[in-house]
Design a protein. Structure first.
Length: 226
């Protein structure tokens, strides 16, 4: 059964900058608590344009970056310098501004010959960090999260850390963290921009978003910018 709307801590903002600042404050507090409690913290972030203001804001927060590891929720099977690379955005807006004082980063795109082989390698690299402390995810209009799309039952049911998938838009070949990894995170945030994403949130049903909400360990923080 999908959690009722009350299970979502919904915060709506008039613009992307205010939304990003509030989200950065919340995530920073979670990471500080995690590092203090366990000596390390793990953060999963999404790619694309929506998270860029969040990355910029988070990079200004005084965090114990040496104790933090960052990875992506999903990645396109393209080189890190490709315009469609999620890694490129994280490096430009979060890692590069922090320089040598920044967090450790685990890339999903590797030199492996295929995405399927990279998925195996990625799952192994992430194993020691599970469960991650925080995940900040986007939501597609079709209710997809990471690169777990409606109707792709093989990917939705995949176990382990990472799975190779084919997305509905180019470039189609991708890597995604599995529902196992996302669902076990200690704290989960959804970050969207625009009213078109609210429909999936209001009726997630058996969409990937709904499946994730059913697995969530605590109320999900939802930060939405107009």
């Amino acid at each position: 059964m999908t959690p009722p709307p009350a299970a979502l801590a919904l915060r709506r903002f008039a613009d992307a900058a205010r939304c990003a600042d509030a989200l950065a404050d919340a995530v920073a507090a979670d990471l500080i608590d995690a590092a203090a409690a366990r000596g390390r913290a793990g953060l999963i972030v999404a790619g694309g344009a929506t998270p860029v203001p969040f990355f910029q804001a988070l990079a200004t927060r005084p965090l114990p970056w040496a104790a933090i590891t960052v990875t992506l929720s999903d990645e396109r099977w393209v080189p890190p310098d490709h315009p469609d690379s999620n890694e490129a955005a994280v490096r430009r807006w979060l890692l590069d501004p922090l320089g040598a004082t920044g967090p450790h980063f685990i890339a999903l795109k590797t030199p492996a010959p295929t995405a399927a082989q990279a998925a195996i390698e990625g799952g192994g690299a992430l194993a020691a960090l599970r469960p991650f402390d925080v995940a900040v995810l986007g939501v597609g209009e079709d209710g997809h999260v990471a690169s777990l799309f409606p109707g792709d039952e093989a990917a939705l049911a995949a176990t382990g850390g990472c799975v190779a998938v084919r997305g509905p838009k180019p470039p189609p070949e991708r890597l995604s963290l599995t529902m196992d990894v996302l669902g076990e995170c200690r704290r989960l945030y959804l970050h969207t921009r625009g009213a078109d994403k609210l429909a999936a949130l209001q009726a997630p049903g058996d969409l990937p978003l709904g499946r994730l909400l059913r697995r969530a360990h605590s109320p999900v923080g939802y930060h939405a910018a107009a």
